[in-house]
Design a protein around this ligand. Structure first.
Ligand code: ATR
Length: 289
């Protein structure tokens, strides 16, 4: 990480509501690093120019996060990819080297796994059910499939089956997805038998959203994980709680993907003191939403 004033930031569209600036500014302050973290709301047609400029020696930008809808789009701009980002075929963190080479990483998968571990969930031989087939599911599938403690099954349901089929076809070319199965209805997810249910869709963000699953199939021997963190407790999590399940929102995943991104930029582990500050920054932002 540079010591003179450098720029980090997030690209996406929209990015106005991102909590990443608060998290990273808190980290920079705690580390004594003179750096800023900016929002870069970019339209699709602005991407070529933005990435061309990143190669300029005069650019102050040394690291970026990437969010919806560009995590897959930016892969083509990278000079190299980490082995994990290559398998996911999506990038949420970019390191820009001194010679202006762009190295793409994906910290969404490891961020999720770190949080899952923190929650005390052991993945070995477990049955996992997932709602959604977007960028988050993409990263979660790959990280789970690469684990030595492999789950028994990962069953996935998505509103648009073709999107799920396309995702799984792409991932099957990159890693062993033999434990993954696409299903055509919520019933076929077999949630009654699942040890972990993950919602990666945006259903639950709005107050009148109806959860994709009925309360009856949730049970006390499972973890219900909603990647949504605003609201902090979706209806899905409320239902899970009512049935005695362990529940978690996605704040931990957001936090750890940020910590891991910072580690890539700093090229060293982020200590506990800095993590505490990052979490405080995150909570400050969340309480303002
Ligand atoms: P992310 O990168 O956060 O995963 P995304 O790539 O936009 O976000 O993915 C959104 C996911 O939420 C998709 O799986 C989408 O389903 P479709 O493939 O059918 O679009 C799912 N999703 C969004 N709104 C939904 C809704 N109202 N009901 C069910 N699924 C929904």
């Amino acid at each position: 990480m540079k010591t003179s004033k450098t720029t980090y930031g997030i690209i996406g569209y929209p990015v106005e509501h991102s909590l990443s600036p608060l998290m990273h500014h808190a980290a920079f302050k705690a580390m004594g690093v003179e750096a800023e973290y900016k929002l870069f709301p970019l339209k699709e047609e602005e991407l070529d120019g933005f990435f061309t400029n990143l190669h300029e020696k005069s650019s102050p930008i040394f690291g970026l996060n990437v969010t919806v809808p560009y995590k897959e789009t930016v892969v083509k701009y990278m000079d190299s990819l980490s082995p994990f980002a290559q398998k996911v075929n999506a990038v949420n963190t970019i390191v820009i080297s001194d010679d202006r080479r762009l190295i793409g990483h994906n910290t969404d998968g490891p961020g999720f796994l770190t949080h899952l571990t923190e929650l005390g969930f052991n993945t070995r031989d477990r049955r996992i059910a997932i709602f959604g087939a977007g960028g988050t599911t993409r990263a979660i599938i790959v990280v789970l499939c690469l684990l030595p403690a492999r789950p028994k099954t990962i069953r996935i349901y998505n509103r648009t089956k073709e999107n799920l089929d396309k995702l799984l076809k792409d991932l099957a070319e990159r890693c062993d997805t033999s434990i993954v199965q696409a299903v055509a209805s919520v019933d076929e997810l077999d949630i009654e038998l699942a040890d972990l249910l993950i919602n990666t869709t945006s259903v639950g963000m709005k107050p009148d959203d109806v959860p994709l699953v009925s309360e009856e199939v949730l049970h006390r021997d499972m973890l219900v994980y909603d990647v949504i963190y605003s609201p902090q407790e979706t209806k899905l999590l409320q239902m899970g709680k009512k049935k005695g399940a362990k529940v978690s929102n996605g704040l931990g995943m957001l936090f750890y993907q940020g910590v891991l991104a910072l580690q890539h930029w700093a090229d060293m582990p982020v200590n506990e003191k800095i993590k505490v500050k990052m979490r405080e920054g995150l909570m400050e932002g969340l309480n303002k939403i």
